[in-house]
Design a protein around this ligand. Structure first.
Ligand code: R5P
Length: 292
């Protein structure tokens, strides 16, 4: 049986939604959005084709809560014409708040999962979500799509010689290993610690053999850039050649992009889960493959 899709693009992910619609040869429905001066959003729909699987595409990067509420509103409205709503949240904000790190902390990711389900989503699709724990808060079918093969393809074209992949922390080891294996080069992971109260990052590794090498720092999210900056400065002190950065989600808050460049990074490449000047890698293909 031919599956009929329709794709709704939220304010935060219009271009990506259009790309997904083109790949699926599905109608694209625009959720026209107006944000009033007081911060409230007003969303108006075009026609949503009946009896189709409706993909609601909206990343929840800053303004996180506004984009989240817009996603919930769109899902809820789309639910009125279709019982099959897939929430495609390429960048899932709050995924780093997936568990209690300090006593008394609210696990906001679990609240968000409940809200997305309550709004009517029957499936959740994310790209390189920060942790499996975050995804496990959803009780509906879930898909975590990896952007690493697409990022690796981009770097393959750069034909770097004597290159090494570096994870800024141990938690990213598997990601770095996968990235490195796709490029057929080696990888290392640095030891990093973060003060849970101040957010300050410290590289604990003392010495690594990177002299004269081109390095690709790979991470899932760059927010303030603290982790990448500390890692780049450390690697520069170890006399590496150049440092490149690859990440799935480039939030770049508080002028992070400029600060990272100032730390000596030659180029930053991210994906279009968050539309930025650095978004050179398109994830519409991998998202579409996971849906078909
Ligand atoms: C941490 O575990 C994540 O993988 C990222 O390294 C982190 O969220 C990046 O944040 P920031 O850019 O603020 O250091």
């Amino acid at each position: 049986m031919l599956v009929k899709f329709a794709v709704i693009g939220g304010n935060a992910s219009r271009d990506l939604a259009k790309r997904i619609a083109r790949r699926l040869k599905a109608p694209y429905v625009e959720a026209k959005t107006r944000v009033f001066p007081d911060g409230e959003s007003k969303i108006t729909f075009g026609h949503i084709p009946k009896n189709s699987i409706v993909l609601v595409v909206q990343s929840t990067y800053p303004p996180v809560d506004t984009n989240l509420l817009q996603a919930l509103s769109i899902i809820s409205q789309a639910r009125k014409v279709s019982s099959k709503i897939y929430a495609v949240i390429p960048y899932m904000g709050y995924a780093r708040q997936d568990r209690q790190f300090l006593s008394g902390e609210v696990v906001t990711m679990s609240i968000i999962a409940k809200m997305i389900q309550a709004a009517g989503a029957k499936k959740i699709i994310v790209v390189d979500i920060h942790s499996k724990t975050a995804l496990n808060h959803f009780k509906i079918p879930k898909e975590n799509v990896s952007a690493i093969p697409e990022l690796a393809k981009y770097f393959k074209k750069m034909k770097l010689k004597n290159a090494l992949v570096v994870s800024p922390d141990m938690g990213g080891s598997l990601r770095a290993k996968k990235f490195a294996s796709l490029l057929n080069i080696g990888f290392i992971a640095l030891k990093k610690s973060r003060n849970r109260n101040t957010g300050k990052v410290l590289i604990q590794s003392s010495k690594v053999d990177v002299r004269g090498k081109d390095l690709i720092l790979v991470d899932d999210i760059i927010s303030t850039g603290g982790s990448i900056i500390k890692a780049a400065q450390f690697l520069k002190r170890q006399k590496c050649k150049r440092v490149f950065v690859a990440c799935t989600h480039g939030l770049f808050v508080e002028g992070a992009e400029k600060k990272i460049k100032k730390a000596g990074v030659s180029r930053i490449i991210s994906t279009n889960t968050i539309p930025r000047g650095t978004s050179k890698v398109d994830v519409s293909g991998v998202i579409t493959e996971s849906i078909r």
